[in-house]
Design a protein around this ligand. Structure first.
Ligand code: 13P
Ligand code: SF4
Length: 313
């Protein structure tokens, strides 16, 4: 694409031409969020993908999200601006290792976070996201032992919230483990009125200093509903774009990371999510590529646990 191309105008033209829906996660750069038809958390995006009547789903997020949209919509074309937009959590759970982990624990129900490959989903009984995990776990009979993967911090948080013992897979998110509890506390001393909002993928010590823990949508809703005027946001800062739009008089600070004092602003940005750019979005709509494709047998096996999740309202 030539320099100076009107990406926004072209994207809007192609959207009409292709009967496409642009779905974007809150961690996308603001320019992408601004051209999206729907912006949401993982659960909201999966529901949106399930219900769309568009012919083409343009998924601005990471690979597992677009793959979930394809699993739900085998006859639609699903494109992702950058096929290399992965996820450290999904990568921390190789399917063959997870298969062994599950086989070594017969009789367990397998609850997998949506941040997993289709192969891992196919090995699971039910999928969850950070916004419905408690409900999903509660749907499993008390006497059935549970394996939860791949995020060990979310898993620990859920054990605490539900009182349910679970065997945890030891995965982590490279973005959320980088927030510094010590520096957040120091910021709280400087701004005692600030409310700390944190995603449950953060480490336990960060969640201990948080006033509110939840999925990206839950954190956005809290930012609007809270009487506080100032917030320290311990999740990927892309969400701050919507927080500012929804609550323009409030102030949002990025939670500081563990790096040296004055470390880069971009350090808490997810390098995978940020692989997508407005130019790549335009290009993928122009070429209908890169496209998500999936073996049909695998798709069907991965679909069942996703459907079980979506049936729980
Ligand atoms: P949400 O489902 O809360 O949007 O989280 C997705 C994610 O990738 C968190 O790192
Ligand atoms: Fe994966 Fe973490 Fe990026 Fe979310 S923020 S997509 S969990 S690496």
């Amino acid at each position: 694409l030539r320099v100076g191309t009107d990406h926004v105008g072209e994207i809007s033209r192609l959207k009409e031409e292709l009967n496409a829906a642009i779905l974007a996660h809150y961690y996308q750069e603001p320019e992408i969020q601004d051209v999206a038809d729907f912006i949401g958390d993982s659960l909201g995006l999966a529901r949106q993908a399930q219900g769309t009547d568009a012919d083409v789903i343009v998924f601005c997020g990471v690979h597992f999200m677009a793959e979930t949209a394809k699993i739900l919509n085998p006859s639609k074309t699903v494109v992702l601006p950058d096929l290399d937009a992965g996820c450290s959590l999904a990568d921390s759970c190789p399917p063959e290792d997870f298969r062994r982990f599950v086989e070594e624990r017969p009789g367990h129900a397998v609850v997998s976070y949506v941040n997993t490959s289709a192969e891992v989903k196919a090995l699971s009984d039910v999928i969850c996201t950070s916004s419905n995990a408690e409900k999903v776990i509660a749907s499993i009979p008390e006497e059935t032992p549970v394996i939860f993967g791949p995020d060990k911090h979310l898993g620990r948080y859920l054990v605490e919230k539900t009182g349910r013992e679970m065997v945890l897979w030891p995965g982590t998110c490279m973005v959320h483990v980088m927030f510094s509890e010590r520096k957040i506390r120091a910021l709280k001393v400087r701004y005692p009125d600030a409310e700390v909002l944190a995603h449950p993928e953060c480490e336990e010590r960060v969640l201990r200093v948080a006033d509110h823990v939840g999925s990206t949508t839950a954190l956005l809703e809290r930012a609007v509903a809270s009487p506080a005027k100032r917030f320290i946001v311990a999740t990927e800062p892309g969400i701050i774009h919507q927080m500012k739009k929804a609550a323009p008089t409030k102030e949002f600070m990025r939670a500081p990371g563990k790096g040296p004092e004055g470390a880069c602003e971009a350090c808490s940005e997810c390098p995978h999510m940020r692989r997508n750019t407005l130019a790549k979005l335009h290009e993928c709509m122009e070429n209908l590529s890169p496209e998500i494709t999936l073996d049909e047998g695998l798709r069907v096996r991965a679909l069942l646990p996703i459907e079980r999740m979506l049936e729980l309202r």
